[in-house]
Design a protein. Structure first.
Lengths: 449, 164
């Protein structure tokens, strides 16, 4: 059967009226003005998308430049990110980000998992900050359910998400250091992160994909002697951040690689919907923990770190100082940790304790219902967002009243932040490209979902 | 510039959800104008655009005057100055869903709209580069549609009978 016949048999195909064409960077002659503008990062000049014609060199012959692939198997792309670059010698003219190599259809999977199982799905999206993914998911489900979460659960969630933020930023410090040639930083960053992962293992039983924060509370109470563990973690990491200062912050080669490179303005960042350290580096004090407080962030004292120039060095400094601020929050969590339940006692949401199952018929029924069918969530749709180490992670959920979400969509911060790549790369050299990828800090598990 | 319409009473929103954000239900024709009005009103950011396929819930609760269609496009606007969110739900159509692109207002919606096109097949007029983003270029169908079967692609095992 020929190809034409195949298309004719499937009238519902959309190929007829879309540009379902190549995702790659193509020659200039074959690219539309708007698209070309986006690739050179010019879309944001002047007002909105008005293109400044001077920004685009239509006359440029394609044989003067070279289009190369960076990735998807390049170690410094932090996963399977593929960048297509048009180069003039060493300098980048156009950039196009090609993603999707890690797409596993997690949103589709989420529709077939019950609300109890859902947390195991979202925790695998952003694998460097699993707790915060679970948190955004759980808050969304709780909003639809209208379940009251006990105070201790709220504070445990805060403690764990701040620990997770520290560990995520430490991995960033490590990989960023390695991208710039500082292999010692790589080792140190991962070494300190190990302290936090060990605590996660002690608390939740797992190191990486915790499934710890669940709708209704958290999976387990903090282990005995947790205050001492936290004390050691806080003291060690806080002290070591000053070592990083000595190792990197004042280091001339490191500074020269970062300062003034990849600078963006606040207007550009807002137009591109960037959030997290990328937005804060331009001087916009937008941190959801402060601006739209969730959990109990309005009861703790911390500073929102902002930059001035929006360059790579600002983004480095913001992340380093956010580690210190998170440690401040963690110390306050230890101080103010209330006693009580670590999860809601609503039997429709929370499984009964193991001991009750043996003696109570009702507990057995609840247990069985919860793990076979799951709990039903009232119909509705809700969007809620929390601050992840990379920016705003939001969860949009539509419930039809059944035990599974009708639609679950995750607003992944790295996915949106990657749109800044063409703008950051503009006029930069290939070696700076590595730094740009690093300071945007994409986690490809989250980008592709 | 059109004045902001009084916000429609949200249909299926619970009270809890209402506390944090508002929802409006424009038609695809009013969509761009409404978002432009919100932008002028101080909503600096469009944090997210996504689609929903209401194939199994065509008759859902919606405010009076809104004709339900199979596909809905949901845009989340955020105002940094007012610390407020607004959700805009557009009835995109049933057979050939199509809405205008927000790219001219918020360039940051480029990737989310591409994703919505890729996974739902909703077309965005005025989008600069409407290609697939997560799925391969030659993929057929749009996976997040409710009539797209999960087990659509037969896995080839050795000596297995052909695809059922």
């Amino acid at each position: 059967m020929s190809d034409t016949n195949r298309v004719a048999e499937r009238p519902d195909r959309l190929t007829g009226e879309t540009s379902e064409g190549a995702q790659e960077l193509v020659e200039r002659v074959a690219t539309s003005t708007d698209e070309l503008g986006r690739e050179v990062g010019a879309v944001l000049r002047l007002d909105g998308v008005t293109l400044d014609p001077r920004e685009i060199d239509y006359e440029r012959h394609d044989d003067e430049t070279m289009i190369i692939n960076m990735g998807p198997a390049h170690p410094s792309t932090h996963g399977v990110l593929r960048l297509m670059l048009e180069l003039d010698g060493e300098f980048v003219l156009r950039t196009k980000v090609v993603i999707g190599y890690l797409h596993t259809g997690m949103e589709k999977t989420g529709e077939t998992l019950s609300y109890v199982q859902g947390a195991t799905n979202v925790t695998r999206m952003d694998y460097l900050s699993p707790v915060i993914n679970e948190l955004s998911y759980s808050l969304t489900v709780e909003k639809l359910l209208g379940v009251e979460v006990p105070a201790r659960a709220t504070w445990i969630r805060m403690l764990m998400s701040e620990l997770n933020r520290v560990s995520s930023h430490l991995v960033w410090m490590a990989t960023n250091g390695m991208d710039l040639g500082s292999t010692s930083m790589m080792i140190y960053g991962l070494r300190e992160r190990e302290l936090i992962l060990a605590f996660f293992e002690k608390t939740a039983g797992l190191r990486l994909n915790l499934n710890y924060v669940r709708p209704g509370g958290v999976a387990a109470d903090l282990p005995d002697g947790w205050e001492d563990d936290i004390e050691v973690i806080c003291n060690t990491i806080e002290e070591r951040t000053y070592e990083y200062d000595q190792l990197l912050t004042g280091q001339p080669i490191f500074r020269n690689r970062l300062i003034g490179v990849g600078a963006i303005t606040a207007e550009e960042a807002l137009a591109l919907c960037l959030t997290g350290p990328l937005l804060r580096s331009t001087g916009v004090p937008w941190d959801l923990r402060r601006s739209m407080p969730y959990l109990a962030y309005d009861q703790v004292d911390f500073d929102v770190i902002v930059g001035t120039y929006g360059d790579n060095f600002d983004r480095y400094a913001i992340r380093l100082n956010e580690i210190r601020e998170s440690i401040r929050i963690i110390r306050q969590c230890v101080e103010k940790m209330p006693s009580g339940d670590y999860r809601s006692q609503d039997p429709k949401v929370t499984p009964p304790p193991r001991a009750r199952i043996g003696e109570s018929m009702e507990a057995l029924i609840h247990h069985f219902k919860l793990f076979t069918e799951g709990f039903h969530v009232p119909a509705g749709e809700v969007y809620s967002a929390v601050e992840s180490p990379r920016g705003e992670i939001g969860c949009y959920m539509v419930s039809d009243g059944g035990p599974k979400p009708y639609r679950i969509h995750v607003r992944a911060p790295s996915f949106t932040n990657l749109q800044a790549m063409p703008l950051l790369m503009r006029g930069a050299s290939v070696s700076d490209a590595i730094t740009m990828i690093s300071t945007v800090d994409p986690v490809l598990g989250e980008v592709d979902r | 510039m059109i004045p902001l319409p009084p916000l429609a009473p949200p249909g299926v929103l619970t009270d809890e959800a209402l506390a944090c954000d508002l929802a409006c239900f424009p038609t695809p024709e009013q969509y761009l104008e409404l978002v432009a009005a919100f932008k002028a009103d101080g909503f600096e950011m469009c944090v997210d655009v996504c689609g929903v396929d209401y194939l199994e819930h065509f008759e859902r609760a919606l405010p009076a005057g809104v004709t339900p269609t199979r596909f809905e496009v949901v845009a989340n606007l955020l105002s940094l100055s007012k610390k407020q969110r607004v959700r805009i739900r557009v009835q995109a159509g049933s057979d050939s869903p199509r809405v205008p692109s927000l790219f001219s207002l918020y360039p940051g919606t480029e990737a989310p709209e591409r994703e919505t096109f890729d996974l739902f097949g909703i077309l965005f007029d005025g989008h600069p580069d409407l290609t697939r983003i997560l799925m391969p270029e030659d993929w057929e169908g749009h996976p997040l549609r409710k009539d797209y079967s999960v087990g659509h692609i037969p896995i080839q095992f050795k000596e297995a009978p052909g695809p059922r």
